[in-house]
Design a binder for this molecule. Structure first.
Ligand SMILES: [Zn+2]
Ligand SMILES: [Zn+2]
Length: 421
């Protein structure tokens, strides 16, 4: 009994000592990481133009002793470190900013007009650098090869595909797991959130051109009015969500842009609709896209638009992405490790979201288990006050740097150690 107690005590002490050592590493590194974050925040670069950003990430990782390759799939960075035999684990950060004019008024606000890290990819980069540093200092606690990936062009959903097309796995090894972390504009700074299964939606960009027969605004009888047809299409498309789809399968059909006509007394020849479609399950996605084409063409036909003027419905595959699916076993395993090392109240389960990501592509259609975690980025006092919280992509989004990066580095480090212990 006594022996059991001392074993348990020794185990507990060892556990808390190792958890503390991650904390003490972060204590030491945090000022530099926050400085790096602020520098990245002040100098954002748009998707497909991450030259200086990726050079910064590459040089920091090189300085830590990683073997670094630049220009993988455009501005992508791959940094590996082998530490004996064991699994390859991929950890990804994105690097691009958005065409947004920053309105935070922060001393380290963007110095580039109409360009802002409004999605927190600067937080993710600082986190990856912090994790990279912690791992070099904890080499006795992991085995295998860590593969750190700086991915370009996430906001246009092209960077992950570009890196895969540039044979990242053939060149640097196929990982056993791929993990990533994204900041959250609704959770308290440093809190970690997880969601097993579908986490983020598939996104499809759809363009519709409704072609009518234009003419005089006072003589509608001799025209086929595409504006009236477009108005009917906008409403009819919503019945795909409400009447054709199971309420248990989330679907969003949004017409975000509608353009047609130039003068009040002219019925135009055509109207353009730009849509974004969000779904989770592949079969739902396929059915909804087919329904959009059927409903649009059916409404035009009912309005008497001739067959040779049928609407043109295009799905823009370059602007689309599959859903982000968190492998349930991997996610639960990471959640258990995070709760153990960060405490139950700092690790919460959250609902899926209808926003989209291209990180899931690193999973090669389910061949490699993937998991994306969230880290809260908001001052807890602000949440408690009930104030409006600027969302991701807002010109006012301003993560709390210290607490967010602290929580994120700890979570990412604990996750890698769990998979490579
Ligand atoms: Zn974003
Ligand atoms: Zn993002």
């Amino acid at each position: 009994m006594r022996c059991m107690k001392s074993i348990l005590l020794a185990f507990f002490v060892a556990g808390s000592a190792s958890a503390q050592s991650i904390d003490s590493i972060i204590d030491r590194e945090l000022p530099t990481l926050v400085e790096t974050y602020k520098a990245l925040h002040a100098a954002p670069e748009l998707s497909l133009h991450e030259e200086k950003t990726s050079a910064t990430v590459a040089s920091k990782l090189r300085a830590l002793g990683y073997s670094v390759t630049d220009n993988v799939g455009g501005c992508g960075v791959v940094a590996t470190m082998k530490n004996g035999d064991g699994p390859v684990v991929l950890v990804r950060t994105d690097m691009d900013a958005l065409p947004v004019q920053e309105q935070t008024g922060l001393p380290y606000a963007s110095q580039v007009a109409n360009t802002m890290h409004a999605c927190g990819h600067d937080i993710h980069m600082a986190t990856l650098i912090g994790t990279a540093s912690a791992l070099t200092q904890l080499k006795n606690r992991w085995h295998g090869t860590v593969m750190l990936v700086g991915q370009p062009a996430e906001e246009v959903l092209q960077g992950a595909s570009a890196m895969l097309r540039d044979r990242i796995y053939e060149r640097f090894g196929q990982p056993a797991y791929a993990i990533a972390l994204h900041d959250s504009s609704s959770l308290p700074a440093g809190q970690i959130a997880y969601c097993p299964g579908y986490f983020m939606a598939a996104s499809d960009a759809v363009n519709i051109t409704i072609r009518g027969l234009g003419g005089h605004g006072a003589m509608p009888q001799s025209t086929k009015d595409p504006i009236v047809v477009a108005a009917q299409v906008v409403l009819a498309l919503q019945t795909i969500v409400s009447r054709e789809n199971s309420p248990l399968d989330p679907v969003v059909v949004t017409v975000g842009s509608i353009h047609g006509g130039a003068k009040r007394n002219v019925i135009p020849d055509q109207v353009q609709l730009l849509l974004t479609i969000r779904t989770f399950k592949p079969e739902v996605r396929k059915r909804v896209l087919a329904s959009i084409e059927r409903v649009t063409k059916g409404v035009a036909l009912a309005a008497g638009i001739p067959e040779d003027h049928a609407p043109i419905v295009e799905v823009l595959s370059a602007e689309s992405a599959e859903s982000t699916y968190n492998d349930p076993a991997l996610t639960e395993r990471l959640a258990a490790a995070l709760k153990r090392d960060m405490g139950d109240k700092n690790v919460v389960k959250v609902d899926p979201m209808m926003v989209s990501e291209d990180f899931g592509r690193f999973g090669l259609d389910g061949k490699i288990p993937t998991c994306m975690l969230n880290v809260g980025a908001v001052d807890p006092a602000k949440i408690a006050s009930g104030a409006r919280l600027p969302s991701l992509h807002s010109s006012e989004f301003a993560p709390v740097p210290d607490a967010t990066i602290r929580g994120a580095v700890k979570a990412e480090t604990v996750a890698v150690l769990e998979l490579m212990r």
